[in-house]
Design a protein around this ligand. Sequence first.
Ligand code: DX5
Ligand code: ZN
Length: 221
Amino acid sequence: MKVKIAPSILASDFSKAGETVSLLEQNGADYVHCDVMDGNFVPPITFGAQFVKALRPHTKLPLDCHLMVLHPETHIEDFARAGADLITVHVEACDIPKLFRRIASFGVKKSAVINPATPVEQIFPAVEEADMLLLMSVVPGWGGQKFIPETLKKIETLRNFCVTHGRPELDIEVDGGITEENVGDVLSAGANVIVAGSTVFRSPDMEQTIRRLRGCKRSSC
Ligand code: DX5
Ligand code: ZN
């Protein structure tokens, strides 16, 4: 499966957000991962739909909006109108079938996500309708944390479930603590969409880092 890289702008300088997303596009990213936090579902507050709208003219990359909010249903329309291409909602925060219908009604792609403490089986009901699924590999709320190794087993279990339930090619995204050292394990376990904040934005060479996160060892691939 094609490996896609979704740098999280959480780790970037927000005062240069427009330039940042355009730079991500030039450097070969596949998505812009936007971490929306409301101070309730997770303690910090980051940004909302207005900020996403401000990013929109600066890149053609799909905006992957990860909503870490307590009442996602009240924000779907705002993010859709702001230009989100994909909206990810937490299984812990909402009724997934209802939210998927609402997201799809605006012509936006839909994804569901579970926290590290949530058993992987709880995301299974979303497999049939989802455009992507996300597994958190850190407790959501902060960038720069350490990857939780138990996530690898969840990725394998989810990929196997997708294979045996008619969605073998479903995009499985993993978010949190991914580095050039552990990305190989994440991909081998069956994920194909990699969120990386600190690894991309702390890198002295963003283009090479994005390429290496894809598993490319040579400069030509
Ligand atoms: C955590 C966020 C992640 C995180 C990734 O709440 O959802 O997207 O910022 O950042 P790194 O790659 O630094 O762990
Ligand atoms: Zn995220």
